[in-house]
Design a protein around this ligand. Structure first.
Ligand code: SF4
Length: 105
């Protein structure tokens, strides 16, 4: 499990910079820098959403397709802590894993 901070306030799972989803998937198979990754689990919040979508917690199971990241082992993130960024995002591609660290450097 990874401590997850998320600044994507427009996502339906975001509660006070924590994620209410128990597991997320980070995309960006060929990424070599953070802005080529994304949170594939992002879902845009709509005005009609009033109910909570789950219990926000500090730790989240993070699956990851960004195979060039040094924290990626067998499509799982093994970083202690990561940040997902994209404060004005309206779709997955406007989010990114800010903690992506390319082992291609
Ligand atoms: S963008 Fe991803 S990490 Fe952030 S709240 Fe939404 S699902 Fe969770």
């Amino acid at each position: 499990m990874t401590r997850l901070k998320c600044s994507v306030k427009n996502c339906m799972y975001n509660e006070d910079k924590l994620c209410a989803k128990s597991d997320i998937m980070v995309g960006g198979q060929d990424a070599s820098k953070p802005n080529e990754t994304r949170c594939d689990s992002f879902r845009e919040r709509t005005d009609s959403m009033t109910n909570s979508v789950g219990q926000a917690r500090e730790e989240t199971s993070v699956g990851c397709h960004a195979q060039n990241c040094r924290f990626n082992q067998d499509c799982k993130c093994h970083a202690d802590e990561i940040g997902i960024a994209g404060s004005n995002a309206c779709c997955c591609s406007e989010t990114e894993c800010a903690s992506f660290d390319c082992q291609c450097k």
